[in-house]
Design a protein around this ligand. Structure first.
Ligand SMILES: Nc1ncnc2c1ncn2[C@@H]1O[C@H](COP(=O)(O)OP(=O)(O)OP(=O)(O)O)[C@@H](O)[C@H]1O
Length: 706
């Protein structure tokens, strides 16, 4: 046994935490693509067809800056294009080209104390291990880097040490130990990560390196799967640390580190046929790769928060990804797997997806077609025999076109009212035109303010459903009235201005309804107010035990808004519940032009809809039973809504949901092509655990109230 067989044990700590203070200083992750050649058995299975599903524009092949990678499905003619940093095709079979163009220049920085990370990323069997390790004849990136480092060590009197560990099922194991030991990942008070007890072995020559490394390789967890005889089940991290005597004569060595990572392959479990432990491994692998892609996405998009904590792998790599560290991702592709390659490239280049070509033949049947969700909502309402509801939606304009939050006082100001009505024209025709108008008037993303990624249409659908259940149309047809008896709050959803919230004069606004009384001073105020108002409305609707009607607005019969309202009246009456009202719009005073809402909890008028609801609730039993029934109905309908959405939304729309990123969206699209989702548990088919599914749904549901 050589001295190298007995590793020196030390604590490996990170030299520096990446600075996040200045997003400009955070280095980006360079992403290159490598496509492996077809293997002999693959060519045979394709009847000799060796056209790869990936190519690059010829003119860009030698570009140092950017290439356009074109993925094309031979069978369906589906196309996708992505911008990436570089491309290595099947002809570049020799890994040394990648090494000299992409990796070698990272090495000198190590001798000045900089960290770098190179990882091979891709689906199982796409050539990651081959790229990193190579073969005896064709060395991979790891031996090429090691030999370059060793020669530089000689000329700089530096020393090199290696650590080799794997991250398996979110746990870290030392591969240098004869019996792989779990390594504790600790964070100190300065936020530095320590891999406690991880071995570091000094290496002076390539033969020493080969000896140590091959022992570690044998300890790495591999298994046979349907797609790869020796599939890596863990992320293998070879960490080479170089210590260089500093020039300043302080005697303190400068340490720099290069992580060379052979990531486990992301797996489509329908193809791997994984079961049991393999399936669990696969779920963990996919989860951690997803976390890694989130980190890269954050870094490459200058996000202020980089989610290193989402997985063990990203936590460990925290000091080598971002900050001043350099990073390279080699996205490995199997030339015959279109969908898989799309997954890999789209995740690798998340921030740089440039286009999504769908051939016209494909357009007729592909579920990837972008369908406007509002149009979908109309279709949904129609499919449930609620065509009129769809009209109502159109007639009322967007329930999200919400007026600046106002107290009674501000609501009474005619100028503010007229302004907003001028901005948001009511649409009486049909959904499609309504959608168009809304789309142009208010950017959809802004409806909930702050770039909130929750998809507004899920809320919208829920909101409309709620309104249908509990709200009452005023006799003049101008508004839907909803009030909550105990809260002294009333809501009006106006045909022209959207939702308004009113409190009684001097009444204390309930805490859950964070109504501000600011004037409409600008779009920002309006946007954040919308979010609060809408969601508060929802909360209150949920909590309402007793609904009462409120008097309709007091409008000046000759105002432009009244003209519009009158034009709407007849159609509205047809679609909404008939309520008798003593109010005659023509005789209304002009003094309170806008909705002087009189809330009178003592003498509620029980409208048709509400009396139905109360009849129902009497059958249910106690108020608690009633509340519970309401909750479970809401949950069921929300789940159904969510599933409907997952089955019909485009990729971009799916990604608007909390917890769904690009790859997950791809999986869902692919899954539903073969079998539409019927229940939430169907999501487990894409490798999620039931807990993850549960969490994903919960996040979206919770997002409604954030
Ligand atoms: N550039 C290449 N030239 C020739 N053969 C290759 C090349 N890249 C990969 N292969 C072969 O393809 C097969 C799969 O490669 P490899 O094991 O490297 O995949 P992987 O992505 O690491 O898979 P996993 O994630 O399952 O570990 C192996 O038989 C390997 O020898």
């Amino acid at each position: 046994m050589t001295s190298l067989d007995k590793p020196k044990t030390s604590t490996m700590s990170t030299p520096a935490k990446p600075s996040q203070s200045n997003s400009n200083s955070i280095s980006k992750v360079r992403v290159v693509v490598r496509i492996r050649p077809f293997l002999p058995h693959e060519i045979a299975a394709r009847n000799g067809n060796s056209t790869p599903c990936v190519s690059v524009l010829d003119s860009e092949l030698e570009s140092d800056h950017e290439v356009t990678v074109h993925l094309k499905d031979q069978e369906t003619s589906r196309n996708e294009c992505y911008k990436l940093d570089s491309f290595f095709g099947q002809d570049d079979n020799n890994v040394s080209k990648i090494f000299y163009r992409e990796v070698s220049h990272l090495i000198p920085g190590m001798f000045r104390g900089c960290n770098a990370t190179v990882f091979a990323y891709g689906a199982t069997g796409s050539g990651k291990t081959y790229t990193m390790q190579g073969t005896d004849e064709i060395p991979g990136l790891i031996p090429l880097a090691m030999s370059t480092i060793l020669s530089l060590c000689q000329s700089t009197r530096s020393t090199a040490e290696i650590s080799y560990y794997e991250v398996y099922m979110d746990r870290c194991y030392d591969l240098m130990e004869v019996k792989a030991q779990e390594i504790a990942v600790l964070e100190d008070k300065d936020g530095q990560i320590h891999l406690k007890g991880l071995s570091r072995v000094p290496v002076n020559s390539m033969s020493e390196f080969r000896e140590v490394f091959s022992c570690g390789k044998q300890r790495r967890k591999v298994a046979h799967t349907c797609l790869n005889d020796v599939s890596s089940r863990s992320h293998g991290v070879l960490s080479i640390t170089v210590s260089t005597p500093s020039d300043d004569g302080s005697g303190v060595d400068v340490a720099g580190k290069l992580n060379l990572i052979d990531l486990a392959g992301n797996e489509d479990n329908r193809r791997t046929c994984n079961e049991g432990i393999r399936l669990q491994e696969s779920a963990k692998i996919n989860q951690s790769l997803f976390a890694l892609s989130n980190v890269i996405y954050a870094l490459n998009n200058n996000k202020t928060r980089v989610p290193y904590r989402e997985s063990k792998l990203t936590r460990i790599l925290q000091d080598s990804l971002g900050g001043t560290s350099r990073a390279l991702m080699v996205a490995c592709l199997n030339p015959g797997e279109y969908q898989e390659s799309v997954h890999t490239v789209s995740l690798a280049a998340r921030s740089r997806h440039i286009s999504n070509f769908v051939s016209s033949a494909q357009k007729n049947d592909t579920p990837k077609l972008k369908v406007d969700m509002e149009a979908k909502l109309c279709a949904w309402l129609e499919s449930k025999g609620k065509t009129k509801s769809a009209q109502k939606m159109g007639a009322f304009g967007s329930p999200f076109v919400i007026k600046t939050p106002s107290s009674m006082h501000s609501a009474k100001k005619p100028s503010a009212y007229n302004n907003s009505s001028a901005k948001q024209k009511p649409n009486t025709n049909h959904c499609a035109s309504n959608v168009k108008e809304r789309g142009s008037a208010v950017p959809r993303k802004k409806l909930f303010g702050n770039g909130d990624p929750v998809y507004p249409n899920v809320k919208e659908a829920m909101y409309l459903r709620k309104v249908e259940e509990h709200a009452v149309i005023s006799e003049d047809g101008s508004s839907i009235n909803v009030s909550v008896a105990q809260s002294n709050v009333a809501f009006q959803l106006h045909t022209s201005t959207g939702l308004e919230v009113h409190t009684e004069d001097n009444a204390e606004t309930p805490q859950s309804l964070e109504v501000t009384t600011e004037e409409n001073t600008g779009e920002e105020t309006k946007v954040s107010a919308e979010k609060t108002l809408f969601e508060s409305t929802f909360i209150l609707l949920d909590k309402a035990e007793k609904m009462i009607t409120i008097n309709a607005a007091d409008f000046d019969g000759s105002s432009p808004i009244c003209e519009k309202i009158k034009a709407l009246q007849s159609s509205l009456r047809k679609v909404l519940s008939p309520i008798k009202s003593k109010i005659n719009i023509e005789n209304m005073s002009s003094r309170d032009q806008v909705c002087a809402v009189l809330l009178d909890p003592k003498t509620p008028k029980t409208p048709f809809l509400l009396s139905c609801a109360s009849e129902k609730s009497q059958k249910i039993g106690t108020p608690l039973d009633k509340f519970n029934a309401l909750g479970s109905n809401l949950k069921c309908s929300l789940i159904q809504e969510y599933i409907d959405f997952l089955n019909s939304a485009s990729r971009e729309e799916l990604m608007e949901l909390k917890g769904i990123g690009e790859r997950m969206a791809e999986y869902i699209l692919e899954l539903r092509e073969t079998s539409p989702l019927k229940s939430l548990s169907d999501l487990e088919k894409i490798g999620l655990s039931s807990k993850q599914v549960h969490n994903m749904f919960n996040r979206t549901a919770r997002g409604l109230f954030d």
